[in-house]
Write a protein that binds this ligand. Structure first.
Ligand SMILES: [Zn+2]
Length: 140
């Protein structure tokens, strides 16, 4: 596992997102998503090239958590939104496109129905008791 900076990485190339920066801390940036899912869609990214959440150190993780909190406070104070989806796409099959960890902060308003965790094509179905038992047994 390498945490070294990649020249091809968008989030390691400051000039590519410099104008999107909302806030920064010691180890993290809070930026506007260039292709937003909703208005004020923000991203919290570590300054260091870390490809996924499993590679982040405890102190960098704490810093990232703090910048998410700052992002929530900014959106709460300036836009009056207090509901969020916090999403990390990890791996290509999960929709990760930039392989530098980025944590989506999606402000939600009650008028919006799109939720990234709810698929539009499928109705959500409640698990049966048997499925719960089987899956918990398998995973624990
Ligand atoms: Zn990077």
């Amino acid at each position: 596992m390498s945490s070294k900076q990649s020249n091809k990485c968008v989030f390691c190339t400051f000039s590519l997102f410099e104008k999107q920066i909302i806030h920064q801390t010691k180890d993290s940036f809070l930026i506007l998503d260039l292709f937003p899912n909703c208005k004020y869609h923000l991203l919290a990214i570590p300054k260091k090239h870390i490809s996924n959440i499993l590679e982040i150190s405890d102190s960098e993780f704490l810093d990232l958590k703090n910048i998410l909190k700052i992002g929530e406070n900014i959106l709460s104070e300036k836009v009056g939104i207090n509901n969020f989806n916090l999403v990390i796409n990890q791996g290509k099959k999960a929709g990760q496109e930039i392989f530098h960890l980025h944590w989506h902060l999606l402000p939600r308003t009650e008028n919006e129905t799109k939720n990234p965790l709810k698929t539009e094509s499928k109705e959500l179905r409640m698990l049966s008791k048997e499925e719960i038992e089987e899956q918990v047994k398998f995973l624990s």
